[in-house]
Design a protein around this ligand. Structure first.
Ligand code: B12
Ligand code: SF4
Length: 469
């Protein structure tokens, strides 16, 4: 592996440190640095709000480390002005720790290379989703010294205290229940030091007022859509109790608030009806305020439990409803093993449209869809894509989240396309943005034109009058 910086820079860089008393203390190599991963610079300039959200995995593990007496420093790549600054930030540490997801793998790799250049004897300790689903790719990069697959709750302290006691790749032990997680100490998250960032709470993203509190109530979704199927690589874990979630929100409101709105990061919030019924009962009564929130569901379960869904929307202020519609074609939904039909999708759309109309008539704020839709799915025809766009037109109040299908490792379809040599995602570029080209053989020119409105006449031909608006 070669660094993105040349040798010349490295020599100059070391000579800088030999004249810097503060840094030369650090070059003895006693510190542990947790590097937060994300797009360089997004904490400095105004960026997409999602790019600025904080990392719960890192927050949880640093909270555990702090409780167990292990100190880590923190730096966020998102605070970098340019990559040239990174060596200076990493120099003098003997451990670099990172939570690596597939979409941050290129950054982790680049950071690990830089770390090794400036601290040749330092160790890079990594865990996270990419370490779990792609250990081979990480093992092949000699810059990663210890690679933890799975949860890190029970191993993080031992690993940082004595990394050499662990094999290079090992299975970490997570908690059995989310109820065993300590409440996050959010002051351990990086502070972007910006007026528009209400650290340790988070900035708004158009779904509700600032400051935003992000929370995780459940760890894994049990369904098996082939582009995701996270339950095949995230062990099942008991959900946090409703009381625990409410206690955390009230604490955040007192300590760092007042909270403006909430984002529930769960992959699947609308699961386990008994838990949801308790949430329905307690959230409006026991929180300081029923803050509006964003949370995710599926259309088939909306159809299965319409009363519960409607009550949650109306009574708990679930006002941005993220639904994984994915496609308006039954053929494609089958390819995706979505286990939802177009009829399920239409049912959920019509129900939320109706609830929205009703609340608007009463002068209340109507709920909105956060509509997750995919295009460019292998096997999708142009007519399938038109049907998907027609489905989106059916939604009255909608934030459209339209992305080209991406073959992430971990997912069944992702693994298959990688094995077939059809994935365009690589160590250097995980093509993380909705409109990046991700699979060989997909006609992206057509999809770009579709999104640019060049096929609107086709789409409109299949719409009824009320959907054309
Ligand atoms: C919140 C979230 C986001 C947030 C991230 C905010 C942030 N800064 O972290 C946002 C909304 C921005 C996001 C975006 C995306 N995400 Co996302 N996201 C999630 C989600 C729902 C929860 C993550 C989380 O907090 N988990 C809880 C914590 C505790 O878990 P954790 O971070 O994995 O950490 C644990 C272990 O991994 C381990 N560990 C972690 N680090 C370390 C380090 C060491 C040293 C050790 C020992 C252990 C260890 O221990 C921790 C405790 O058990 C997960 C799904 C899930 N159920 O996890 C998807 C998930 C991570 N996202 C995913 C994807 C694909 C995306 C997107 C590309 C598109 C999409 N499908 O939404 C975009 C990318 C955006 C971009 N352009 O970069 C995939 C990743 C797949 C992969 N192979 O990496 C997941 C798994 C969802 C899925 N099933 O498809 N995401
Ligand atoms: S896509 Fe959604 S419903 Fe399907 S497995 Fe992933 S989180 Fe669950």
């Amino acid at each position: 592996m070669k660094s993105f910086h040349g040798k010349v820079f490295f020599v100059n860089f070391l000579s800088f440190f030999s004249h810097n008393p503060l840094q030369s203390r650090r070059t003895e190599g006693h510190g542990k640095l947790w590097l937060d991963l994300g797009d360089p610079g997004v904490f400095r300039r105004s960026g997409g709000p999602q790019d600025r959200w904080q990392d719960h995995g890192m927050g949880l593990l640093r909270t555990i480390l702090k409780k167990e007496g292990v100190e880590t420093d923190m730096f966020s790549l998102r605070s970098l002005r340019s990559w040239d600054q990174l060596p200076k930030k990493l120099a003098g540490y003997d451990q670099l720790v990172m939570n690596v997801r597939s979409y941050t793998f290129p950054f982790a790799y680049k950071a690990a290379c830089t770390f090794k250049e400036v601290n040749p004897r330092g160790l890079v300790l990594v865990g996270g989703m990419h370490a779990t689903v792609s250990p081979d790719e990480m093992e092949a990069s000699e810059v990663f010294d210890r690679i933890c697959q799975g949860g890190g709750e029970k191993d993080i302290t031992g690993l940082l205290k004595d990394p050499l006691a662990y094999p290079r790749v090992f299975a970490g032990q997570g908690a059995r229940s989310m109820e065993d997680w300590p409440m996050l100490d959010r002051t351990l998250w990086p502070d972007p030091r910006r007026r528009d960032f209400p650290w340790p709470l988070e900035p708004p993203c158009g779904w509700g007022p600032a400051p935003v509190a992000t929370v995780v109530t459940s760890r894994v979704c049990p369904w098996k859509c082939v582009f995701c199927n996270e339950s095949s690589y995230i062990p099942n874990m008991k959900r946090k109790s409703v009381d625990q979630v409410i206690e955390e929100l009230n604490y955040l409101d007192d300590a760092h608030g007042p909270i403006g709105s909430v984002v529930i990061h769960d992959s699947m919030f609308f699961q386990q009806p008994r838990w949801l019924e308790e949430w329905l009962d307690k959230y409006p009564r026991k929180t300081h305020k029923p803050w509006p929130y964003w949370a995710a569901g599926r259309s088939d379960t909306v159809r299965q439990w319409p009363g519960l869904f409607e009550a949650l929307v109306r009574e708990t202020n679930w006002n941005t409803i993220s639904l994984g519609f994915e496609s308006g074609s039954d053929r494609v939904l089958k390819i995706l093993n979505k286990e939802c039909t177009v009829e399920d999708n239409c049912f959920a759309i019509d129900l939320l449209n109706r609830i929205g109309d009703d609340l608007e008539r009463q002068g209340a704020e109507p709920p909105r869809f956060w509509a997750n839709v995919m295009l460019g799915i292998p096997g999708e025809t142009r007519e399938d894509a038109f049907d998907t766009m027609r489905m989106v037109h059916r939604m009255k109040r909608v934030f459209k989240s339209i992305a080209y299908y991406a073959p992430y490792p971990g997912s069944a379809l992702g693994y298959q396309l990688i094995a077939e040599g059809k994935s365009l995602m690589s160590r250097e570029n995980y093509h993380r943005y909705p409109s990046d080209e991700k699979v060989k053989g997909v006609d992206y020119k057509f999809y770009n034109e579709l999104l640019a409105g060049k096929h609107d006449h086709e789409i409109h031909r299949g719409l009824v009058a009320s959907e054309k608006a």
